[in-house]
Each structure stands twice: as structure tokens, then as C-alpha cells.
Design a protein around this ligand. Structure first.
Ligand code: CTP
Length: 399
């Protein structure tokens, strides 16, 4: 039986060339025994006809914000309340801009602004539009609001160009929704802890020791866990990243604070230690600003190893413990030593000497080292994609 059986889907079709694929989307959703109500944005009418949508969905099509018949029932509120799933496919750049900036100039954008739940968004646009900085900002705003993106994918575009921006194929969108619903049911009640970002170790009130970690990979993992139904706590060092709706984010500064927060938030079913924790802290932090002088030396002492402590804890150790390994050379060899030393189940090794991946980049390339000695490589991809792949593996391991 499909996970989507009897689900109520509110499909919002917006005005892009990929809108014709939404007809196929409706057909597949109906086959899965979903109820489908459809809103056409102001411009979607130019790409698909209300008649074809009605015929396939066997429901009235909604499109007019000022339709007296519809508004008697307050459609701009009631449609989202009715839905179990709100899906925008295709979502144009203009739609992403409107919904991330609270603009409401037609029924589709008004319903989305008044919605009481997060949406699934399947974008479709030209590659340059997708990569445009303003569009990227809008995507980030929507992700941080808890909305979930399905695609876009890379391929040939209607305009003749090639790149990322194509709408995910309808059967893939439906498959994604099915997997998501299965996972949400399965992982409901499971708890995950993620550490991310750098730590700051103060020298005096104005100076500190830190590192280049951006926290991006850890935030993506936390987001992917949350979207898969985990009750997720993110313990974050100082980063430039915005908190994500639905994730319990705890901001800390030093390694000691990170340790205390991790202990406070255990037990958990899975813990992922992606933070770049400072190995040392300053022995005697000066209360006053240290004055400029000829010679000065810092006395350091070791910080507690949070991962090692938790991995070896008799009662607090989660079922699955993942560490990260930031290396610049002999990556696998050094990481093999680290997994044994730290006693974690998996260690995710990455090369932080490469500017295109690792620290601060949106891309990464990792090798997963398992306790059994096996090594699995995940080739270069966006940190969000790498996060989803790691989380899929976590979910199947917890089976
Ligand atoms: N880690 C930790 N607490 C520390 C140091 C590291 O929890 N005080 C965790 C990191 O979050 C990561 C793993 O240990 O999951 C490995 O961190 P990494 O910085 O790669 O290695 P180190 O143990 O610090 O060793 P080295 O710096 O020599 O590579």
C-alpha cells in the first residue's frame, strides 16, 4: 500500500514551462489514491488549462483571489488547512521570491502566505536564474523556514541551456513524498544530536583562538535528520548560519560549553559530531586585555574530547555515534587511527586543504570509514546532498 493513500494534497502550479508536467503529477497522485486540489497561479493558466487540471484531479480548480463563490468559503485560508501535503510544482523563481518575501498578489501566493504547514517545493527555472544570488537568498530563507526542496535537477532545459534548474520528474517527486512519509512515521520519537561549527577559546576579553569551520555540513545534517522525522538538537559553535525552524538549536562558544550542552541533551538515539572543536584552550584566560609587549607566550591545555567521552560512556552512549575527521594529508590513514582512538561507529573523513570542498564551501566530498574497516566514498556534491546520503544510511542502520 502506498504511504500516500488517502492523503490530501494541495498542488500549487505556477507559471513555468514545466507546468505541463504537473498534469502527470496529478495523474500519479490520483493513482496513489490521494485527493488532489489544485491552485493555478496567475501565470500558470498560460501553460495548463483549468479544464485539463479538473479532468485529471476530478476537483474544482482554484485560481481567482477575488472569486466571490470561492471566497465565501474563505479558500485563501481553508485550502491549506484541508491539506496534509502542500506541494508547489513547478515553483518558478518569481514564486520563490514572493513566498520568501511575504508577497501575496494572487490566490496561490495568498494561500501559501496564510498556510499553517511547511511546503514541498519543486523548483523549475533556467540555470542562471537558479544560481542567481537573490534567488539563492530566497531559497535559503525558505529552507530556514522549514520548507523542503525537491530538486531541481541538472539537465537540458527548455531554453536550450544545460545545468541545474530542471524540475524533478513527477514520478521522482511522488517517490520522494512516499519515502518521506514512511521515514516520518518510522523515525517519529527518535532523537538526534548534532554538533557543528567551530569553538572559540578566549585568550583575553578581546582575543580568542578559533578555526575556519563554517558549520554548513553539520547544519545540513541536522536539517536532513529533522526532515526525516528525528527530534533534532543542534549544538552549534559561532557560525554565520541562521537557525532552522523545527530544530532545537543551542548556541555555545567554547569546547567546554559544547561538552556541557551535549551531556545535558543526552540520551539520544544517534549523535553526529561534526564540530571542529578546538583541541586546546588557554590555561589562564586573562581578565583584562593583554598589553602589547616584546614577547608573549600562551600556555595551553587540552580540551576534553567530546566525541571520545560520549563514545566510551557506559550509559549515555547513543546507539549510533558518528565523528568527523578534518584532514589535510594522509586522510584515510589518519582517519583510520582516529576511528580506533575515538571508538565511534562511523567516521566521516574530509579533505579540508581543498578550497573547492570542505571549510566554507557549499560542496564536500567525503569517505565514510566504518568500524568494520569498510570505507565508502561519497563523491563531490552539495553539502545538502551529502547530508541526505549520510542520513539515509543512518536511517537504514537504525532499522
Ligand atoms: N572532537 C571532539 N572534541 C574534541 C576534539 C574533536 O568531539 N575536543 C571530535 C570532532 O567533532 C570530530 C572528531 O572528534 O568529530 C575528530 O576531530 P578532528 O579535529 O578531525 O580530530 P582531532 O581529534 O582534533 O585530531 P587532529 O586535530 O589531530 O586531527
Amino acid at each position: 500500500m502506498s504511504e500516500l493513500k488517502n492523503k490530501k494534497v494541495l498542488l500549487v502550479i505556477t507559471g513555468g514551462i514545466a507546468a505541463y508536467k504537473s498534469l502527470e503529477l496529478i495523474r500519479i497522485l490520483k493513482k496513489k489514491e490521494c485527493s488532489v486540489k489544485t491552485i493555478l497561479s496567475k501565470n500558470a493558466n498560460k501553460f495548463v488549462t483549468p479544464l485539463s487540471v479538473t479532468s485529471l484531479s476530478q476537483e474544482k480548480v482554484y485560481s481567482d483571489l477575488f472569486d466571490p463563490n470561492s471566497e465565501a468559503e474563505m479558500d485563501h485560508i481553508s485550502l491549506s488547512r484541508w491539506a496534509d501535503i502542500i506541494l508547489i510544482a513547478p515553483a518558478t523563481a518569481n514564486t520563490l521570491s514572493k513566498i520568501s518575501n511575504a508577497s501575496a498578489d494572487d490566490l496561490a501566493s495568498t494561500v501559501l502566505l496564510a498556510a499553517d504547514k511547511e511546503f514541498f517545493i519543486a523548483p523549475a527555472m533556467n540555470v542562471r536564474m537558479w544560481e542567481n544570488k537573490s534567488n539563492k537568498n530566497n531559497v535559503n530563507i525558505l529552507k530556514n523556514m522549514g520548507h523542503e526542496f525537491i530538486g531541481p535537477v541538472i539537465g537540458d532545459m527548455a531554453c536550450g541551456e544545460y545545468g541545474e534548474g530542471k524540475m524533478t520528474e513527477p514520478q521522482e517527486i511522488v517517490k520522494y513524498l512516499e519515502i518521506k512519509h514512511k521515514e516520518l512515521k518510522k523515525n517519529n520519537g527518535l532523537k538526534a544530536i548534532v554538533t557543528a561549527g567551530p569553538t572559540k577559546e578566549f585568550i583575553d576579553p578581546v582575543r580568542y583562538i578559533t578555526n575556519r569551520s563554517s558549520g554548513k555540513q553539520g547544519y545540513e545534517i541536522a536539517n536532513s535528520l529533522k526532515k526525516s522525522g528525528f527530534n533534532t538538537t543542534l549544538i552549534s559553535g559561532p557560525t554565520q548560519l541562521d537557525p532552522i525552524k523545527g530544530i532545537n538549536t543551542i548556541n555555545i562558544s567554547s569546547a567546554k560549553e559544547m561538552f556541557d550542552s551535549v551531556i545535558e541533551n543526552l540520551p539520544a538515539d544517534v549523535a553526529i559530531f561534526s564540530a571542529a572543536v578546538a583541541d586546546f584552550k588557554v590555561k589562564d584566560v586573562s581578565k583584562n586585555k593583554i598589553k602589547n609587549k616584546e614577547n608573549y607566550s600562551l600556555s595551553l591545555e587540552k580540551n576534553i574530547d567530546i566525541l571520545k567521552h560520549v563514545s566510551n560512556h557506559n550509559s549515555l552512549r547513543p546507539k549510533l555515534v558518528l565523528g568527523f575527521s578534518a584532514e589535510t594529508n594522509n586522510i584515510i590513514e589518519n582517519s583510520q587511527k582516529k576511528i580506533a582512538e575515538k571508538n565511534c561507529d562511523w567516521l566521516i573523513a574530509n579533505d579540508v586543504s581543498n578550497q573547492e570542498i570542505g571549510f566554507d564551501s557549499d560542496f564536500n566530498e567525503v569517505s565514510i570509514l566504518y568500524k568494520s574497516g569498510e570505507i565508502e566514498k561519497i563523491s563531490k556534491d552539495k553539502k545538502s546532498v551529502i547530508a541526505n546520503k549520510i542520513v539515509r544510511k543512518i536511517i537504514s542502520n537504525l532499522d
